[in-house]
Write a protein that binds this ligand. Structure first.
Ligand code: PLP
Length: 350
């Protein structure tokens, strides 16, 4: 029986309104939206669900890029321990995974390919629409972690042709602890959590209504300002790169594909200094950057993304990521460039 009082009906109506708005902003249908606690849960649900569907059909092979977020990589590690065979494909030196590499790795028993839309450390965009077409032709599911892309660049679930897509509200100005998995209509994804029949039986538990409403509103606002913001932060990124790369005697290397990228993220390899040391020195000057991935907090050691680019472990400690937002100014971009160069030149002279 499913009879609710008026306040329950009001909550349900608000949730459905948020579902419609979110779906409209990402080119999905409302039934394709599964609200989750964020990107990590969406990734886990996609991988575990696809693995269970695959296993039921005798398919126990999973493919992902080697530069996925730990939410994907750690889930794959767990699935490998449970008997799945996992292939991790390294990207090219420019951070882009060639579609041919995926084509070559697909097998009769491949259940799922998981490749992120935009990498969180490099900002590089992956050819997900091509990969989705390839997977469809070969009978495998395609999941994309679009946590970094949604709200920054136009994303259409239908246009990509993916089977599943993860997104997270705090990446586009929404509340922390809210996200969603888009799951293609007709794909009967088994739930990870057992309990009630919420989210069409795909995610049990009382929905985080405030999170869903805030997420939908934030995404609408982000999409409304997307073009303007992209132009703005893109100009700041190019200005920073220009300054850093043109300074004589300082060998900073720009990482990731020069064009196929998110507008606001720049990734560098510093000469002779770890990203962490630079982060601390810039922090003292009131500048917030990150060494490797901001959301990999607590992950010791060199960046797995930089290592996957073929950068030796010692040098892979030297990654620095600068991420511009809508509120940043040209003066700030120049100040960051001067601060980074100042720290490096100071260190050379010590
Ligand atoms: N995937 C990517 C690419 C990310 O950058 C992050 C970090 O925020 C996540 C997944 C995890 O998302 P959440 O923090 O919402 O769990």
């Amino acid at each position: 029986m499913n009879v609710t009082n008026h306040s329950g009906r009001r909550a349900a109506a608000l949730l459905e309104d948020a579902r419609h708005r979110l779906a409209a902003a990402v080119g999905a249908t409302p039934r394709e939206v599964v609200f989750t606690s964020g990107g990590t849960e969406a990734d886990n649900l996609a991988l575990r669900g696809a693995a269970a569907l695959g296993a039921a059909a005798g398919k126990r092979h999973l493919i992902a890029s080697a530069i996925e977020h730990h939410a994907v990589l750690r889930t794959l590690e767990a699935l490998a321990e449970e008997g799945f065979s996992v292939t991790l494909l390294p990207p090219g030196a420019d951070g882009v995974l060639p579609a041919e590499a995926v084509a070559g790795a697909l097998r009769e028993d491949t259940a799922l390919v998981s490749v992120m839309l935009a990498n969180n450390e490099l900002g590089t965009l992956q050819p997900v629409a091509r990969l989705a077409a390839l997977c469809r032709a070969r009978g495998a599911l395609l999941h994309t972690d679009a946590v970094q892309a949604v709200g920054q660049v136009p994303v259409s679930f239908a246009g990509l042709g993916a089977d599943m897509l993860s997104l997270s509200a705090h990446k586009f100005g929404g509340p922390r602890g809210a996200g969603a998995l888009l799951c293609r209509e007709g794909l009967r994804l088994p739930p990870m959590l057992r309990g009630g029949g919420q989210e069409n039986g795909r995610r049990a538990g009382t929905e985080h209504l405030e999170g869903a409403v805030g997420m939908a509103a934030a995404l609408k606002a982000a999409c409304g300002q997307m073009e303007e913001n992209a132009a703005r932060v893109g100009a700041l990124r190019r200005r920073l790169c220009g300054r850093l790369l043109s300074r004589r005697g300082v060998e900073i290397r720009l990482l990731g594909h020069p064009q196929q990228r998110l507008p606001g993220i720049a990734a560098f390899l510093l000469p002779g200094m770890s990203g962490e040391e630079m982060l601390l020195r810039l922090d003292l000057r009131g500048i917030c950057v990150s060494a490797g991935a901001a959301c990999a907090t607590g992950e010791p050691g060199p960046s797995h993304v930089l290592e996957a680019l073929g950068i030796p472990a010692r040098q892979a400690q030297n990654g620095l990521r600068v991420s511009f937002g809508a509120g940043n100014t040209v003066e700030e971009a120049d100040a960051i460039a001067e601060a980074i160069l100042g720290v490096l030149e100071g260190a050379f002279w010590r």
